[in-house]
Design a protein around this ligand. Structure first.
Ligand SMILES: [Zn+2]
Length: 125
């Protein structure tokens, strides 16, 4: 890794998986250089679990932490998470990460949404 962009803090980045060609989109308040070191460190620790670590271990793939792609710089955490989410959605099926900012729909977070139970006004049989 080289250049100032790897040392600038507050980043939305993506790393490519060499095993399947999919990408992991992440965001960090650290520099991308520091975040890559952390990813590498986590991959070596048995007790650590994350989407990236589990992908690598379960599928026996390797991710290219030596050549991360920096998409944008953003110091504001919430804005960074929104940008990470938008990038993940844009990459759609190519990304294997989870998104950290859930879209608000109908005033509820996605994971809290419940479909109404359909109840028939009469019983059958
Ligand atoms: Zn993979």
């Amino acid at each position: 890794m080289k250049g100032d962009s790897f040392r600038k803090v507050g980043v939305v980045y993506a790393v490519e998986c060499k095993g399947c060609g999919k990408v992991y989109v992440g965001q960090t308040g650290l520099s991308v250089e520091a975040r890559m070191e952390k990813h590498v460190e986590n991959l070596e620790k048995r007790e650590v679990h994350s989407t990236l670590v589990d992908h690598v271990r379960t599928l026996k793939h390797t991710v290219n932490c030596d050549e991360p792609n920096v998409f944008t710089f953003e110091k504001h955490e919430r804005k960074r998470k929104i940008k990470e989410t938008l990038l993940t959605k844009k990459l759609h099926a190519l990304a294997f990460n989870e998104i950290s900012f859930k879209t608000l729909l109908f005033g509820m977070k996605e994971e809290e949404e419940e479909y109404p139970a359909f109840r028939l006004p009469f019983s059958i049989g």
